[in-house]
Design a protein around this ligand. Structure first.
Ligand code: LM2
Ligand code: CA
Length: 442
């Protein structure tokens, strides 16, 4: 492979978009821990503007007040300890390139007006200008994402305020941060903030676009970086021919594998904010199969599963008020879909192995193994397939973890002494076995 395909990846993280802390805590105990998820990304925890749109959380008001959409400070702390007890880490979405536009009262009761907030006032912001030209580095980092006051992250006072915010959260047990809008802050500013915050684990949101002066690779010296091209490449291949995924990795112009955070889609792209071009829950089986591929494929250190809600055609609407995953609610709970949830165990079982035993039908059926530990078959054709394949696994009987509604309520796959097994996989379906998947007894 063109990339370090046998380097161990991290576990699977899930973005529980717009979820309340109490629901997340329950989910850690009942689903995420038992299914083997490593971490959950929570909604930005700082006080923010009020409103019913999901994006209010991206307009922070006070970095010392922790009442937000997710809940209050006590609920935040309780969630952290309950998730940790369930073996699940917490990553917080950290928004500090910009603060709230307009004026009003925040979710924690703080008054604010543009460029005026508790602990931060006009002189702590860059001069007023809007970003209009992404070919201009200075403008992208010193002007505003439209309408949002841009913090002067070069100032030592501002750096101190942000570092204190991050350290406070780390002190409560937060295990890492998604750095929102990282591209809009210089690496020098971010490096200084991270150092003061004790160098926490970070994955930085930098959207790559060819020809622009600021590229994602510029940020890998500081930590992990979002790899948006992974999701758009997955979409175009699943809509085209997945046999070409055989070489997907660094040779496709993707970031160094051990620095990449990868996803089928994120919260912005699924609703067309900042572009589209990725598969979403609305794509049904294709989305499901793309997630199976992501969780089986060795490229990318940090795979992230998106879990949101059905927004219909309203790209602004916030999360449902019902408890997350309540039946009849519009929560999607993609991380519970059996293919996605069961592939977490596959991902965990095959770590440290390289891709092996690739097979394809020359079109839209592929299969590959991970060393001698796991084997997956993805049928992206509109007809079913039956195929004998070399799996690399020791002879034995294994559960097909992608049949049935939960771990092994479905069918077994028998690997013979030559390592071969016959798979029958329906149209737009997948099958997977791994060394820890005990055979079904029903
Ligand atoms: C991000 N990454 O860099 C987030 O992933 C993305 O979700 C955020 O945009 C963005 N950066 C800023 O943190 C979202 C949303 C925007 C929304 C902003 C701020 O996609 O639509 O902008 O959050 O809440 C909204 C309005 C927009 C208005 C702006 C300021 O949609 O029309 O612009 O507020 O009032 C005048
Ligand atoms: Ca900026």
């Amino acid at each position: 492979m063109a990339f370090a395909g046998n380097a161990a990846q991290a576990g699977v993280m899930v973005h529980l978009f717009q979820w309340k802390y109490n629901d997340i805590a329950n989910e850690c105990e009942t689903v995420l821990g038992p299914k083997g998820y490593e971490a959950v990304q929570i909604t930005p925890p700082a006080e923010h503007i009020q409103g019913s749109s999901w994006w209010v959380v991206y307009q922070p008001v006070n970095y010392k007040n922790f009442t937000s959409l997710g809940g209050n400070e006590a609920e935040l702390k309780s969630m952290i300890s309950r998730c940790h007890a369930a073996g699940v880490k917490i990553y917080a979405d950290a928004v500090f390139n910009q603060m709230a536009g307009g004026s009003g009262t925040g979710t924690g009761g703080s008054s604010y007006s543009a460029r005026n907030y508790p602990y931060l006032s006009s002189s702590d912001f860059h001069s007023v200008c809007d970003i209009t030209d992404y070919s201009n580095r200075w403008q992208v980092q010193n002007c505003s994402l439209p309408g949002l006051p841009d913090l002067n992250t070069g100032s030592s006072y501002v750096q101190g305020q942000i570092a204190t915010y991050l350290k406070t959260l780390s002190g409560w047990g937060v295990d890492g941060f998604r750095v929102d809008a990282a591209k809009h802050m210089s690496t020098a500013d971010l490096g200084a903030i991270y150092a003061q915050a004790g160098n926490p684990f970070v994955y930085q949101e930098v959207i790559g676009a060819s020809g622009e002066p600021i590229q994602p690779s510029e940020y890998t010296g500081l930590g992990v970086v979002t790899e948006f091209k992974y999701g758009t490449d997955l979409a175009s291949n699943f809509k085209g021919q997945i046999k070409n995924l055989k070489t997907m990795g660094e040779s496709w112009g993707l970031l160094a594998s051990d620095k990449a955070e990868v996803f089928v889609v994120n919260h912005d792209r699924e609703r067309g904010h900042g572009g589209g071009g990725m598969l979403t829950y609305k794509d049904g089986a294709l989305y499901n199969l793309a997630n199976v591929f992501m969780l089986a494929w060795p490229y990318g250190k940090y795979p992230q599963v998106m879990s949101g809600y059905d927004f219909g055609s309203n790209t602004d609407i916030g999360g449902p008020s019902a408890a997350a995953c309540a039946s009849g609610s519009s929560w999607n709970c993609e991380h519970r879909w059996s293919n996605i949830a069961n592939m977490v165990s596959f991902h965990n079982a095959v770590q440290g192995t390289a891709m092996a035993n690739w097979w394809d039908n020359g079109n839209n059926q592929i299969a590959f193994g991970r060393g001698t530990k796991g084997f997956v078959v993805i049928n992206n054709e509109t007809t079913s397939m039956t195929q004998s394949l070399s799996t690399g696994l020791p002879a034995g009987t294994y559960c097909n973890i992608l049949a049935g509604n939960d771990l092994c309520s479905g069918s077994n796959i028998v690997v013979d002494s030559a390592g071969k097994a016959t798979f029958t996989v329906g149209a737009k379906q997948a099958a997977a076995i791994h060394i820890n998947a005990k055979p079904c007894t029903n």
